[in-house]
Every structure is written in C-alpha cells, then in structure tokens.
Design a protein around this ligand. Sequence first.
Ligand SMILES: C[S@@+](CC[C@H](N)C(=O)[O-])C[C@H]1O[C@@H](n2cnc3c(N)ncnc32)[C@H](O)[C@@H]1O
Length: 204
Amino acid sequence: MTTPGSHYFDEDPTAESSPRDIALLLPDATFTLTTDRGVFGYEHIDGGTKLLLLRAPAPAAVGDLLDLGCGYGPIALTMARRSPEATVWAVDVNERARALCVANAERNGLANIRVCAPDDVPPDVRFATIWSNPAIRIGKPALHSMLMRWLGLLAIGGEAVLVVHKHLGSDSLQAWLTSAGHAAHRHGSSGGYRILRAGAKVVD
Ligand SMILES: C[S@@+](CC[C@H](N)C(=O)[O-])C[C@H]1O[C@@H](n2cnc3c(N)ncnc32)[C@H](O)[C@@H]1O
C-alpha cells in the first residue's frame, strides 16, 4: 500500500510506517518476514515472487548471486538458504526495503546476504545467478536500462531468472531480451505469470 503520489520504488517512501509480519512457506524453507507500507508486497508475498521461488532452477552453489529489486527480501533470503556457500547481493533503490531486508536476513539467521543500493555494489562483481521480480512499473526505458546494466554483469555461463506477468509485458520482454543478446526462453507459467530464463551475452 502506498500513499497517493508515492510508489513502492521510491528511494525514501513517505507512507507512514506500519510494519507487519508475513510468512513465506516453501517446500524447502519457511521464513517469517517483516514488511511495511511503502514497500512492494506489503499485504502478502507476491504471487509472481512465490511462483519464481517454487519453479526456478537451483541458484549457483557458490560465487556471487543477485536479487535485483530485493524489497523486504523473500527472493534474496531463499537464494541465501538454498546456496549457503554463495554471497547473495540484495539490491534495491528503496531505503525502507533495504532496511527490512537486512533485518529479515538477520532474523532468519542468514549471514551470506549483502544488502545495498545499486551503486554500492563493487564494480568487479560478476553474478553466477540473478533472480528478479523486476520493477516493471518504473516504465519500459528505465526497466530496459536496469536489466541491461545487471544482466551485463552475468558471469560467463551465468543465468537470470525473471518473473513477469503477461499483462505487464512478459512476452515482449522475452523478445526484447533475446534481441539484446540475452537469449531468453519461457521456463514456465502459471496464473498469468511467466518465468523467463535469460543467459549471459555471448561475446565472440
Ligand atoms: C516488483 S518489486 C519486487 C520486490 C521483492 N523482490 C519481492 O519479490 O517482493 C521490485 C523492486 O525493485 C525495486 N527497484 C525499482 N527500481 C530499481 C532499480 N533501478 N534498481 C534496483 N531496484 C529497483 C523496487 O523498489 C522494488 O522493491
């Protein structure tokens, strides 16, 4: 929930804080997560996020992994639990979301998560796996530039797994990713959500 004129992707949400706890139940993990107003998914775990967590192939076991647009952290925490030897970078522009993600990682005993603003990720980090429920509502130009920036940091052989609703342009996004050199295919779909898998750019 946001106040009029504010968005879940604001850097500093103006919505009055009203934290609440929600449960994320997966076959292999259970988390209690604190969320808040002014952050995406305040009421419940987003349906697309849940589908991604149920269907995505296992993240790389080691190396650097990325949750692009971490919100309060359901994706980052799941990656960290499934790949305890890896380092999970949880990135978001929303300061309140980052604070929640830090607290949720700590509360759930996960020490392999680094939460930071996008520009605070060291420039030499390359990601073996990227998972994201991307912020489609920032608009197509901003979305495309965000995806080019981060998918461009995939390690050789690395893979991004994205969840996007068909009404929010999943099919055109798949085509655009492929045209941009990140061969993308549909891994699964349910309830209108598509899971897309996109590879690192092939360099000759
Ligand atoms: C659809 S929400 C997903 C949140 C969380 N991963 C989840 O599944 O509940 C997208 C997130 O991307 C963040 N975001 C928007 N623009 C961003 C950007 N340029 N870089 C990083 N994160 C961004 C938003 O603040 C928001 O938290």
